[in-house]
Design a protein around this ligand. Sequence first.
Ligand code: FAD
Length: 425
Amino acid sequence: MISVFWHRRDLRIDDNHGLAKIAEKYTNVLPIFIFDTTILEELEADDKRVSFIYLSLKKLKKKYQALGSDLFVLKGKPLDVLKQLNKNHSIQAIYTNRDYEPYAISRDREVAQWASEYEIDFQTFKDHVMFEKDEINVDGRPYKVYTPYSKKWKAELGIIPEYNLNAEALNFELKQSLPSLESVGFREVLGVAPKVQLDDATLYNYAENRNLPAKAATSNLGVYLRFGNTSIRKMVKLAKAKSEVFLNELIWREFFMTIMWFYPESATHELKTQYRGIPWENNEDYFDAWRQGKTGFPIVDAGMRQLNETGMMHNRVRMITASFLVKDLCIDWRWGEAYFAKKLMDFELSSNVGNWQWAAGTGTDAAPYFRVFNPTSQQEKFDPKFEYIKKWVPEFNTASYPSSIVNHKEAREKILALYKTHLNT
Ligand code: FAD
């Protein structure tokens, strides 16, 4: 008989809540990871995120091996995989950490149902966030505005726990060699692990420099938090000690997760219902120019090219490119959200949707729709020496650089009129 710890968004051993808990109660704990074909089917063979996961699994496996145990890497529909594992080894318990996305919730519900039929002890734990679901609320209702949410979040924080593994509870008998990435249906892409920056210089100067895309002034934690290589509890402790502004960003992440938990329909529909049904122009040529970084607006083009090449884009530039797509090109925010979802290393449904709706003025933002970023003044303010632009758009200022596809001033007036008419009808 074995007990199973199922890794998902928590590709680490240290400070892992569910893992520590199963090892407190059971022995013979087999750690597993399942390449979920339901998710993989949607992705292209050279998806950078899959390579990142694979690299992380290699490291995790080595860590388990150093403890005398092993990580089993499996592939299939999770319920089928667990059923097969149960046939082969007889499972008494499955523990895992909670995932709050709509698909994950329904997947776990099915697993819980099956486990209860077979009298398998299935338990889930809070590990990915400091506060989950409705833990931060106002009289039982969710906050829809960030500032009061973050104040309550800070007030409720208290002592941050740490969860240590009793390694003696691991399984030491079963061994598996890591399946190749090709056998999972993917090609390995190199250079997919961004350099994490949590040194004092970065954190103490974060507030001042974080908006300057030419400087390497942010943490690059996105993808590590997404897949749980890093414990959020440890990051919050660090942020509390070194940078309030950095802490505020970590709270944005949880704020958007709370919104997605309460309003899963916001993944595809405007959170503010009065904005539903805006008649977007959705010009496909403009959309192509935006995707390729050929709009003739250098800060927009630099951002899109950085995204296409690396799977990363600086936050300030994400805001500018998103505003440009929606407000200057009059393209549905869902198109942009889907493109970012396909390309971003740190893609997180709640943060991506939340930020896109923020840019479109349809989500949680307290400000009304009429904030339209001016790409030229944004460039003057945040990349005054064109350093970021020159890095990603080498032909900038030469004859081969495209001319602007729209006139910003006219586009601004047009979109404001469109929103206004829509809201008044
Ligand atoms: P840092 O500045 O070092 O911040 C530390 C961490 O705080 C980030 O890793 C992230 O977990 C969190 N964080 C920071 N800013 C935000 C924010 N605005 N919203 C939510 N969390 C935040 N972030 C994602 O993690 N996944 C996404 O899919 C995503 N899509 C976005 C789409 C748009 C249109 C915009 C404007 C922003 C998006 N962001 C997303 C937020 C932000 O751009 C990234 O989290 C950040 O750029 C990642 O780089 P970093 O780790 O160096 O961030």
